[in-house]
Design a protein. Sequence first.
Length: 236
Amino acid sequence: MTDTALPDNLLALLREVDTPTVCNAIEVAQGKRGFNRFTRGTMQHSQPGDPAIVGFARTARIAGLAPSAEAPEVIRERRMDYFRSMADGSGPTAAVIEDVDYPNCIAGWWGEVHVAVHKGLGLAGAVTNGVLRDLDVIDDGFPVLAGSLGPSHGFVHVVEIGTEVCIMGMRVAQGELIHADRHGAVVIPSEVIPALKQAIDTVVASEKIVLCPAREPGFDINKLEEAWAKFEAART
């Protein structure tokens, strides 16, 4: 577990900025390019306009393509253990759930019932390579970033709790800080957290070097060359 308290001003900022900005800010904080602990491919978002998901990961692995060979009482008790794990921690927390049937997932773990339950347990949202359903009736205020949309729950059951998971190429351990929105998700390394707010401010300020003149009347190639030289000098 790597949960640690986030400064209030950093948590509020992370909920306001998008995940690409966080990816850029991690590189600024590290002083180099190449950070790659983020999802690959296009994912489905339950509420694209919602604030970003920010939380320390509560991980699990599920399956649903085929029924479990374990006894029903074992499966039931593991599901309760799963909910206990999801409820653990002072927050912010987020569910990060790997469907081991990927890319052939059919189990809509994230629908009306589980969204309401996880939201009620205090989690900020969910990231999964699995299936999202019930789009018209799921509760507001609990965004889900999923690998696909689908109508069924299949034979869904919990396989593991609290282990490292892989979501669309992004490996996440229990307790690691994640940030996610409609672009995808990223793991925020614990060592950059103290410098992250300043790094985000740096990213926003450096982009304004080009954005401000580009959006003003009279912008031309000469002004671009001038602005871009300053931008290149300022960015990582």
